[in-house]
Ligand binder design. Sequence first.
Ligand SMILES: [Zn+2]
Length: 97
Amino acid sequence: MKGKEIWLGEVTNEIVEKWSERFDKREDGYYCKKCGSQIMQTTCYVSVYFEEFRGRDAGSGEVRHVNYPYCPKCDGELEMARACVYERRGAMLGGLR
Ligand SMILES: [Zn+2]
C-alpha cells in the first residue's frame, strides 16, 4: 500500500458531481485551487445500501467504482476511497453509477 485509504461516508449523485468543483479546470486538466498542484485520481468504492434498511447497512453487495479526484499535496497520497450510497430497492437501476 503506497497511500492511505479514506472513508467519505454517505454520498449522493449531487455530492459526487461536486467533487470536481473543489478544483480548477484548465485546458490540460484539473488543478488544486489552494496549492496549484495537478489533481490525481483514485478509485472510490461505493457500497450500495438499501434505503429501507438504513441503519443496518444491508444492501445487494453491489459496489460501484467511481473516480475520486484529489490533490496529492492537500489530501495526501491516496490509495483508495470508500463511501456508501443509499438507494431504494426498486430504484437500483437508476442513480449513481
Ligand atoms: Zn492542493
